[in-house]
Design a binder for this molecule. Structure first.
Ligand code: ATP
Ligand code: MG
Length: 561
């Protein structure tokens, strides 16, 4: 298998770990971590990283820590921390007692910075952010040394201590590593290690600190302090690896985790950057982080996705080093397959049209026993009431239609799912010519099966009028109209105006009363739906998780041709 191939059981990272174990590196121990920054909700890309890190820990009898990378307090808050913990648990993973914050290590990080200064490997620099940028050089030109680079150790210690004590204002000074301003790798050109930030209240450390360590300094040390063996991150950090190693090689710490990069997940028809997801929420394009159109874990959960379907998706897309973009259909197939096997069937009519059965005994109600799943007997049966007044879907009736229309036409016959064959005898219209009702007759000899020699073309679903529960149904579509919303221009320009369609007059069979928020169903012939987390069975709202069949293939063709 090449490095870029990935299967459920093996990928290039697992091969590295296998080799490390065979060589008894780290005494055969495997320790990973998932290090989110609490500046937004987790999205499906994070799920890839979560499944990788926790999955490896579990398969190698190792450990995986949850560590909040909280070095940017002005963008972070506890709402995000709580949401992230909830989402990781919901996905089925557990960090047990290994919940950490990079801020747990602020004191140690400060000491390591002092150690670097003493070794003449870090210095306090008075250049402004602007000047630092211009001294840094470019990809083709080397940088220039800061005039403060040769400051003496004692002066540096004094200034750094006073930075911590709050004597300087934001941006007045920074602490920088003293590496190589001519390095071909810009990350190695004396990167900033600490900056001053007054007036922010850190969610963990309050007002204790007014200097904050940079990610590139914090991350390797946090990993090493926790005894991480394999530090897995996305490809954009490959250029930071020399700095990761430099930090650990130049401080007195035993552990030196190995950083390994893999490609991030990109998904068509959506955006994944936290900045953009934050904008979608704060600018009101969606209803919140858990809007079912969002690629967030919270959004997918509210949409009706199961944890198993998301884990299955992460297995199917695999782990490699090559950048690619996954089609939305892959994600949808995972939930469709899961729900096809596990979701009980129910009948719901989204666009109700009333049918009166003229020959059905007045006032009679039959309780029909029907299967909850066509293949899985273990899912049992339920009863649904059948009566002389029913709703069918408007889409299932045409006054006239070509013979390939397998549903009800005027004068024609159709089978009602789990019940009888009916014939449409009369179409009732209002003054505007709008169809308001159908008068039909039913054939009592056809309950459940056709009598000998009787051919009926189609089967449609229905709900008894007197027993129907009215519900709101939300039909979701992709949030963007282009496969790569941020490829060119502003992603907001291709928001899909029809990403949410709300139907308020849908009718559901009465067993809806036993449903609990979050329960998932197949509404026969309509798709998979879940009872919204914030609704109740008396005022039900259903979110369509996914359609019955892959409608993406068609959309794809439309967009690509
Ligand atoms: P953004 O760049 O949008 O702010 P981030 O990568 O900075 O996101 P973090 O909270 O720092 O977000 O990410 C935590 C972990 O999840 C990191 O190890 C990161 O590499 C990983 N991760 C983030 N996005 C993806 C993705 N699309 N695919 C795979 N892993 C991801
Ligand atoms: Mg990050």
């Amino acid at each position: 298998m090449s490095d870029n191939e990935a299967t459920a059981s093996g990928n290039f990272i697992r091969q590295i770990i296998d080799r490390d174990i065979a060589a008894n590196k780290n005494s055969g121990r495997v320790a990973t971590r998932f290090p989110p920054e609490p500046n937004g909700y987790l999205h499906i890309g994070h799920a890839k990283s979560i499944c990788l890190n926790f999955g490896i820990a579990s398969d190698y009898q190792g450990t995986c820590n949850l560590r909040f990378d909280d070095t940017n307090p002005h963008k972070e808050n506890t709402e995000y921390i709580e949401a992230i913990e909830k989402d990781v648990h919901w996905l089925g993973f557990d960090w047990e007692d290994r919940l950490y914050f990079a801020s747990d290590y602020f004191e140690q990080l400060f000491d390591f910075a002092v150690e670097l200064i003493r070794a003449n490997k870090a210095y306090v620099c008075d250049l402004s952010a602007e000047e630092i940028r211009s001294y840094r050089g470019t990809l083709t030109e080397p940088g220039r040394d800061s005039p403060y680079r040769e400051r003496g150790v004692e002066e540096n210690i004094d200034l750094f201590t006073r930075m911590r004590a709050g004597e300087f204002s934001d941006g007045e000074r920074v602490l920088r590593a003293r590496i190589d301003m001519a390095s071909p790798n810009i990350n190695m050109r004396d990167p900033t290690l600490y900056r001053i930030r007054h007036g922010v209240i850190h969610h963990q450390t309050g007002e204790e600190w007014c200097i904050y360590p940079m990610y590139d300094f914090t991350h390797p040390i946090s990993d090493a302090v926790e005894g991480i063996t394999h530090s897995l991150c996305t490809l954009e950090f490959a250029d930071h690896r020399p700095l990761y190693d430099w930090v650990l090689d130049n401080i007195s710490i035993e552990c030196h985790p190995q950083q390994i990069e893999f490609s991030r997940l990109n998904l068509e028809y959506t955006v994944m950057s936290k900045r953009k997801l934050t904008e979608l929420v704060s600018e009101g394009y969606v209803e919140g982080w858990d809007d079912p159109r969002m690629p967030t874990i919270a959004g997918l959960r509210r949409r009706g996705f199961t944890p198993a379907s998301i884990r299955d998706f992460c297995t199917r897309i695999g782990i490699s080093k090559s950048e690619n973009t996954v089609e939305m259909g892959v994600l949808e197939n995972c939930i469709r397959e899961d729900l096809n096997s596990h979701a009980p069937r129910r009948m719901a009519v989204l666009h109700p049209l009333k049918v009166v059965l003229a020959n059905y005994p007045e006032g009679q109600v039959e309780e029909l026993e029907v299967a909850n799943h066509p293949q899985d007997e273990a899912m049992g049966t339920r009863t649904i009431p059948f009566s002389g007044e029913l709703f069918i879907d408007r889409e299932d009736f045409r006054e006239t239609a070509p013979s390939k229309f397998k549903r009800l036409v005027a004068g024609g016959e159709v089978r009602l799912r789990n019940a009888y064959v009916i014939r449409c005898d009369e179409v009732i219209k209002d003054v505007n010519g709008e169809i308001i009702e159908l008068h039909c007759s039913y054939d009592p000899a056809t309950l459940g099966a056709n009598p000998e020699g009787r051919k009926v073309k189609g089967v449609i679903h229905w709900v008894s009028v007197a027993h129907a529960v009215t519900a709101e149904v939300r039909l979701y579509d992709r949030l963007f109209t282009r496969p790569a919303p941020d490829a060119s221009g502003d992603y907001r320009d291709c928001l899909n105006p029809d990403s949410l369609r709300t139907l308020t007059q849908c009718v559901i069979e009465p067993s809806v009363r036993e449903m609990r928020p979050g329960d998932r169903f197949q509404f026969e012939r309509e798709g998979y739906f879940c009872l919204d987390e914030e609704a109740d069975a008396e005022n039900p709202v259903f979110n369509r998780t996914v359609t019955l069949r892959d409608s993406w293939a068609k959309i794809e063709q439309q967009y690509r041709s």
